[in-house]
Design a protein around this ligand. Structure first.
Ligand SMILES: Cc1cc2nc3c(=O)[nH]c(=O)nc-3n(C[C@H](O)[C@H](O)[C@H](O)COP(=O)(O)O)c2cc1C
Length: 301
């Protein structure tokens, strides 16, 4: 069980929930219940303070949306506060009480929450600055072979994002039959309707440099570059899910590589690996089947 403590400098305007607009009270109650599900205790005033802090920072708490959305926002908010993003005095946010709530559990919860989300709007539960911050943290901390840090990203918003999907649509028009193109166009338009797109690259110059430096592992470096890029994709995808931002993973490379390089003036060593449109989801994810897990893992102990 942990107790969430909000920094003192974040004031709330009264002691009784009745003094708050009913929307906020409902949200606070909702938060309290959600925290209980997470084995976390927050008082109603604390929940109010979290909500007020959230709204000051343009986080969207909305009881009409799924409870899970609120949970995502709150976890993100708390982790931000814990990391000092909340400003002065924010270091004392999470106080452990009794048995430690394993961080792994929070992580695995986020892992379970991440899903492929195709139905996206151009809205976002967090500001673009926060989106960029998530991307920067993920890029800095994602592991890479020999710490080569070979991943590169192009983060596209607004007209730059729309342009990428226009390039993709035009390229597909040349190779998809006219009778099938309506479906293709619908799909591409759905990506274009999102808030933005991340283009994932690997710097092939770095990969080849490593091959020259460590000939023993020559054949492994390209594979490791892809693996490392996949980890980065996963970190961002999962961190997005945690704040209520949906995303999917697309692969229109190598079809669009040359034009993307030209359009955004990217170095020729940047090899396009994947594309991730992201935005606020407006429909639940598709159902997902799971193979029996015991057929996939064998344990000796
Ligand atoms: C390496 C990899 C490649 C993928 N490529 C695509 C893709 O090109 N288009 C797409 O819509 N989804 C793609 N996906 C998403 C998978 O279809 C999806 O992760 C899978 O069906 C499980 O669903 P979930 O993401 O909701 O857990 C890819 C996923 C991985 C890991």
């Amino acid at each position: 069980m942990i107790t969430a403590v909000v920094p003192r400098h974040i004031k709330y305007s009264g002691k009784h929930s009745a003094q708050y607009p009913s929307g906020i009270s409902q949200s606070a109650l909702c938060l309290k219940r959600l925290f209980l599900d997470l084995d976390c205790a927050v008082s109603i005033p604390t929940a109010h303070r979290i909500l007020q802090y959230g709204s000051k920072n343009r986080y969207k708490f909305d009881t009409r949306k799924t409870a899970t959305n609120i949970l995502y926002c709150t976890i993100f908010l708390l982790s931000n506060l814990k990391d000092g993003v909340g400003g002065r005095g924010s270091s004392s946010i999470l106080k452990k009480r009794g048995k430690v709530m394993e961080k792994e559990n929070c992580f695995l919860r986020a892992v379970k929450q991440r899903r492929t989300r195709y139905a996206l709007t151009d809205k976002s539960p967090i500001g673009d600055d926060k989106i960029k911050e998530i991307i920067r943290v993920a890029l800095a901390h994602a592991p890479s072979a020999f710490n080569s840090q070979s991943a590169r990203l192009a983060v596209l918003f607004g007209k730059y994002h729309k342009k990428f999907w226009q390039i993709t649509k035009d390229a597909l028009r040349k190779i998809v039959s006219a009778e099938n193109f309506a479906d293709t166009e619908k799909k591409i338009d759905s990506f274009s309707a999102a808030r933005g797109t991340i283009l994932f690259f690997e710097d092939w110059g770095t990969v080849e440099g490593l091959q020259g430096k460590f000939p023993t592992y020559k054949d492994n470096f390209p594979l490791w570059a892809y693996q490392s890029n996949g980890m980065l994709e996963f970190i961002i995808w999962t961190a997005f899910a945690e704040v209520g931002l949906g995303a999917s993973l697309q692969h229109y490379n190598p079809l669009v590589d040359e034009q993307v390089r030209r359009e955004y003036g990217l170095p020729s060593s940047w090899k396009l690996i994947a594309q991730m449109p992201f935005g606020e989801p407006f429909a639940p994810p598709e159902n997902k089947d799971f193979l029996p897990i015991d057929e996939r893992v064998k344990v000796w102990e």
